[in-house]
Write a protein that binds this ligand. Structure first.
Ligand SMILES: [Zn+2]
Ligand SMILES: [Zn+2]
Length: 144
């Protein structure tokens, strides 16, 4: 790991480590580490933000995948849809979106979306099945 970016090499004898995002982001960044473990060369211009990692109890790094979401229009205003569930935000400044069913089902599921638009999963454990929506011709989601 160099400056929060991770690199991997194509084979065990290679001293060239290429950015782990070279396929996903076509990133050209790479480092060379010689047999003594010295960083001898680096090209650290990435075309993407560093991946987010979660360190487990055993010291393993697990890449946190950004969660896919979409912003939808509904009869009740803007909603965020994650894994088929919808979330609403109390106001425009809030980064916390709570499950649309929090009142009807006392669901405590919520997500956070930061200013960069990255969704951080806070609690995706719903106590109810995902709501069913009908999408109108104008793209508005109407709860069935
Ligand atoms: Zn990179
Ligand atoms: Zn819920």
């Amino acid at each position: 790991m160099v400056q929060n970016y991770t690199f991997s090499r194509s084979n065990k004898n290679s001293i060239v480590w290429a950015c782990s995002s070279r396929h996903a982001s076509r990133c050209e960044a790479k480092v060379k580490i010689d047999k003594d473990g010295t960083l001898v060369y680096h090209l650290l211009t990435h075309n993407h933000p560093p991946p987010k990692y979660h360190v487990t109890n055993t010291g393993d790094y697990i890449k946190i995948k950004p969660i896919d979401y979409k912003i939808i229009k509904s009869s009740r205003g803007k909603l965020v849809m994650v894994q088929g569930y919808t979330f609403s935000s109390p106001n425009k400044q809030s980064i916390v979106w709570t499950c649309s069913s929090r009142n009807s089902n006392r669901c405590t599921a919520k997500v956070k979306i930061d200013r960069q638009g990255t969704l951080a999963c806070d609690n995706l454990a719903h106590n109810h099945p995902p709501p069913k929506y009908h999408i109108t011709d104008t793209g508005v989601y109407v709860k069935i």
